[in-house]
Design a protein. Structure first.
Length: 213
């Protein structure tokens, strides 16, 4: 049985990002995989990389030695057969929780050796999901596509071949009037959520199944 680790890097555990991560996990389960799920904002306190270089020592090479909320996450990833990562787009980048995970996930594997780039000798497929208020068609205009490509390439080199799923123009809240936001069309947002988002959920399911296939 394959093991897939699914990670929600949004503070919201029932909204867009979490929903797509959950659907991808269901897809993996449909292929018989065991799925271990983490909500990063519900873990014990943790930080990004503290540059202690413990992961470069001979006795720990390739393993982050910081003991905190991310320790069990890395432990599961080390024995996983696939990885699902979901993050909202915050100010043109990933969430702070995702970034901290990413820093330590990648840095622990970097060798700083010409003859061997990574301590990670076993690659696994990765599905990275990003949700955003901005519609996907605007990504090239504002550089979001470049941001995602940077993550795709680095995850691909260190963790394994990485695919990206984007869900843009998302429904941020149930009641837009409550916040008096004037730059959105609440009816259009709701309509998209009811008609397009289910298709993205299905796509997430299919990619999750492919990950575990």
């Amino acid at each position: 049985m394959k093991k897939i680790v699914a990670i929600n890097a949004s503070p919201r555990t029932t909204w867009n990002t979490a929903t797509l991560v959950r659907e991808a996990a269901k897809g993996a389960e449909s292929k018989g995989a065991e799925v271990i799920t983490f909500d990063l904002y519900r873990l014990e306190k943790y930080s990004g990389c503290i540059s202690c270089f413990g992961c470069k020592l001979p006795e720990h090479k390739g393993v982050c030695i910081c003991k905190d909320g991310l320790s069990p996450v890395f432990e599961e990833i080390r024995s996983a057969d696939g990885l699902i990562l979901g993050t909202p787009n915050y100010l043109g980048d990933v969430s702070a929780a995702f970034r901290a995970l990413y820093e330590r996930l990648i840095f622990q594997s970097l060798t700083y050796k010409v003859e061997q780039m990574s301590y990670n000798e076993r690659q696994i497929p990765v599905l990275m999901i990003m949700t955003s208020n901005v519609a996907e068609e605007f990504y090239p205009q504002i550089g979001y596509d470049t941001v995602l490509e940077k993550y795709r390439q680095m995850l691909g080199r260190i963790v394994g071949p990485t695919k990206i799923l984007i869900s843009g123009d998302t429904l941020q809240v149930k009641d837009y009037d409550k916040y008096q936001w004037t730059m959105f069309d609440p009816k259009a947002k709701q309509e998209r959520h009811e008609t397009v988002f289910p298709k993205e959920m299905q796509k997430a399911f299919e990619l999750g199944a492919e990950l575990a296939g």
